[in-house]
Write a protein that binds this ligand. Structure first.
Ligand SMILES: [Zn+2]
Ligand SMILES: [Zn+2]
Length: 93
């Protein structure tokens, strides 16, 4: 059994190929952080200091929201609804 272990075939590399705009946005954020143009804030939901940059719009790579891992994945999974922290009731108005 032959297993090819190409460095360019990692999940991360594949993700970059599939999502070039997201990848470039993250690169822009990392660069801005090291240059001091962008400063990390606490998670906007729980105030955690360990945060990721979330992009509402990938065409604006430096317009980001700071969210911890947990709330970041919840935002992607459930949209803005996740900010209704109390209970799981969905209000339809
Ligand atoms: Zn959080
Ligand atoms: Zn995000």
């Amino acid at each position: 059994m032959t297993e090819l272990k190409l460095k360019t075939d990692t999940r991360q590399a594949n993700w970059r190929r599939a999502n070039p705009d997201r990848y470039l946005s993250h690169v822009a954020v990392q660069k801005a952080l090291t240059q001091g143009k962008l400063v990390k804030g606490p998670c906007e939901v729980c105030g955690s200091r360990i945060v990721d940059a979330h992009h509402d719009d990938y065409s604006k790579p430096l317009t980001v929201r700071w969210l911890c891992r947990r709330h970041h994945s919840r935002l992607h999974a459930g949209g803005e609804d996740m900010f209704c922290e109390k209970g799981q009731a969905h209000e339809h108005r």
